[in-house]
Design a protein around this ligand. Structure first.
Ligand code: PMP
Length: 406
């Protein structure tokens, strides 16, 4: 498509054209999970109707078709991330499993007193696996501070770096605040000191395309379901040399070269990290989602998303007592907020009655909630298929709730 026609885009997402609670659905919970275009639904349907068998087993035609579709999707992911080789693209169940895999794989490199840097704005998925590995190895997990605006405090980052720092695990984009972190210079700084870097791209890939070679990170992870693909699958990009050095994550079929009771040896990359029958249809679906994104004019998409956020920001003053949490200079269209006199969960329930879906709660980022002194927030997270009229409906809804209940 040469330009961006939001009505045409919306026709690609069948779920959007329905009524919820008697009102046209306004889906603003894309940060939790995005909807799927027909291209993804069709690719998975066609896979099961025409190609399904187990992969990498040879011997018959369906097995070859399934393997070609599955490995084709891996190549699509490689291109999307600009990784050097498909050996560096590991299928996981999602961002969470990818981070657990890396944390486990790096355990043998960690010793008591070593330090793992995360930030105060991480999702629990990029905190807890590191805490579990720290518990096992005697390493420590330390948070980079956040400014009141919701940006990374770079002074805090620099003051935490020292000879014991081994890992920097950082989110590219905050799921609560929408902040886009300046990961490239931080990776560069870490690299100079021999610190390994992992970037959590779960909230970045739905909005822009990362280039792992330009970023020069060691690991980059994301989930399919947030980038318009199916649930149940995600991606770990890892630098080949590091993946070679890491022990396998799970044992079983597919990940071995040879098994005997005397000695078992590991398969080559990427299969060494893919024990068991993989999520084949889901990989095909993710490939179709990335193909769909590649078919859009990404510059126009980013402009449309910025317009949604700008409209939302312009309307904040129209709701008495409404306050935005996270006012960073660089943001994707994600808006966390509170309204004086209203509990976030009540805001969510009352909006749902008007057909408007948002997320409320701690967003799996309890340390960040503590930093802002709130039990939770209400969060509207936009995708390119949302319209300015939907932003207006959100605010009309909030005005009504504020008038009646605050
Ligand atoms: N990191 C971030 C920044 C996220 O937003 C999420 C999902 N909310 C995750 C990690 C975890 O992703 P998943 O549940 O798909 O593994």
């Amino acid at each position: 498509r040469p330009t961006f026609d939001v009505e045409a885009i919306r026709r690609d997402f069948p779920i959007l054209s329905q009524q919820v609670n008697g009102k046209p659905l306004v889906y603003l919970d894309n940060g939790a999970s995005a909807q799927k275009p027909e291209a993804v639904l069709n690719a998975m349907d066609r896979y099961y109707r025409e190609m399904h068998s187990n992969v990498h087993r040879g011997a018959h035609t369906l097995g070859d078709r399934a393997t070609a579709a599955f490995e084709g999707a891996r190549e699509t992911v490689r291109r999307f991330l600009n990784a050097e080789s498909t050996r560096e693209i590991i299928w996981t169940r999602g961002t969470t499993e990818a981070i657990n895999l890396v944390a486990n794989g790096l355990a043998t490199r960690l010793k008591p007193g070593d330090e793992i840097l995360v930030s105060h704005m991480e999702h629990h998925a990029n905190i807890v696996p590191w805490q579990m590995i720290a518990e096992r190895t005697g390493a420590r997990v330390l948070p980079i501070q956040v400014t009141p605006d919701g940006e990374l405090d770079l002074d805090s980052f620099h003051s935490l770096l020292n000879g014991r720092t081994r890992v920097l695990a950082l989110t590219h984009v905050s799921n609560v605040l929408g902040t886009v972190n300046p990961v490239a210079p931080l990776i560069e700084e870490a690299k100079k000191r021999g610190i390994l870097t992992l970037i959590d791209g779960a909230q970045a890939v739905p909005h822009f395309q990362p280039d792992v070679r330009a970023l020069d990170c060691d690991f980059y992870v994301f989930s399919s379901h947030k980038v318009f693909g199916p649930t149940g699958i995600g991606v770990l990009y890892g630098r080949a040399q590091l993946l070679e050095e890491m022990p396998p994550y799970q044992g079983g079929g597919e990940m071995i070269e040879r098994v005997s009771f005397e000695r078992t040896t590991w398969n080559v990359l990427p299969y060494k990290f893919e024990a068991g029958t993989p999520a084949i249809a889901e990989a095909v679906g993710l490939g179709a989602a990335l193909d769909y994104l590649n078919g859009l004019d990404r510059v126009a998409v980013e402009a449309a998303e910025s317009a949604l956020l700008a409209r939302a920001n312009d309307l904040v003053d129209s709701v008495p007592g409404m306050k935005i949490i996270g006012t960073a200079r660089e943001k994707v269209p994600v808006m966390s907020f509170k309204i004086e006199g209203l509990h976030p969960s009540d805001i969510g329930t009352l909006l749902d009655q008007q057909g408007i879906a948002i997320r409320t709660g701690h967003h799996c980022a309890m340390p960040l909630m503590d930093f802002y002194g709130v039990p939770g927030t209400a969060r509207a997270s936009f995708a390119f298929y949302n319209t300015l009229e939907e932003v207006d409906r959100l605010f009309t809804g909030l005005q009504k709730i504020q008038r009646l209940f605050a």
